[in-house]
Design a protein around this ligand. Structure first.
Ligand SMILES: NC(=O)c1ccc[n+]([C@@H]2O[C@H](COP(=O)([O-])OP(=O)(O)OC[C@H]3O[C@@H](n4cnc5c(N)ncnc54)[C@H](OP(=O)(O)O)[C@@H]3O)[C@@H](O)[C@H]2O)c1
Length: 243
């Protein structure tokens, strides 16, 4: 049994997450912070998708991993065990109350086309970052437009919250050890989607900090002032200097 599955630790994390969430979310959003367990479709089960999916599964949510390789996702789900399964990306999109999309940015147009109407009204956590050198023309356009607004164009109908963009995947499963110590800058336009994403972010130990609407999502990527692990207070100070 690993440390994470020790019930005292889990109970502490849940209690802390619920308390923090209830203290700062709008009244209409509180139903998602009272320990509700969600289904999460993971679109892209590489470094980021597998780390976050594994951590959410261990915190009691149910995840479905998907990628371009179903056999790999079945093996991943088997390794994670409880609360994890595998499917195609369309299966995962239909399954999830919430989707995490964690694919190379150049794949976002294909993901949007593939998922189509399944995205309508869905809360989508967008961890994807555009890089000209990796993502070619799609990356260049997204950099010009700003990552959040570009993602909204490729994922029509989705209620997007940008998050998890500028911390290393290898650290994503570690924040639960000291809940609230590390802040998570997020950006989005939809209050209910922000509340839902915030609850999931708190459930794995981060303190979400809304830095603004989706247009501000362009600041949430590596090599930007908000990149790296910082306290919520530090994030607020830096965010106040951004336009
Ligand atoms: N790595 C980090 O530390 C980190 C941190 C924050 C944010 N990010 C961003 O998060 C995104 C994912 O990064 P990563 O490091 O996790 O990448 P990765 O390890 O290369 O994983 C990408 C995943 O996307 C899947 N995929 C590719 N095209 C797809 C499509 N059309 N439909 C469904 N799934 C598709 C891949 O499937 P196959 O394996 O089957 O090809 C793979 O599972 C990137 O945009 C990256 O910039 C990365």
């Amino acid at each position: 049994m690993n440390n994470f599955s020790k019930s005292n630790r889990r109970d502490f994390l849940r209690a802390a997450a619920a308390t923090l969430a209830l203290a700062s979310l709008p009244a209409g959003a509180q139903s998602v912070t009272t320990g509700a367990k969600l289904t999460i479709g993971i679109i892209g089960s590489g470094n980021v998708g597998s780390a976050l999916g594994t951590t959410w599964a261990k915190s009691g949510h149910t995840v479905m991993f998907s990628s371009l390789d179903l056999e790999k996702d079945k093996a991943l789900a088997a390794r994670v065990g409880n609360n994890a399964r595998a499917g195609t990306s369309r299966d995962a999109a239909a399954f999830g109350d919430v989707l995490l999309i964690a694919v190379p940015y150049h794949a976002l147009p294909a993901v949007g086309k593939d998922l189509g109407a399944l995205l309508k009204g869905k809360v989508v956590i967008d961890a994807c970052n555009p890089f000209a050198e990796r993502d070619g023309e799609v990356g260049v356009r997204a950099r010009e437009k700003g990552a959040g607004l570009a993602s909204a164009e490729y994922l029509p109908g989705a209620r997007i919250v940008r998050a998890f963009n500028a911390i290393g995947a290898a650290r994503m499963g570690a924040a639960w050890q000291e809940p609230g110590k590390v802040g998570m800058p997020i950006a989005g336009d939809d209050a209910q989607a922000i509340a839902t994403a915030s609850a999931l972010i708190r459930d794995i130990g981060y303190e979400p900090v809304l830095i603004g609407g989706l247009a501000m999502g362009r600041h949430l990527q590596p090599r930007e002032p908000l990149a790296g692990e910082r306290s919520a207070e530090e994030i607020r100070k830096i965010a106040a200097t951004l336009k």
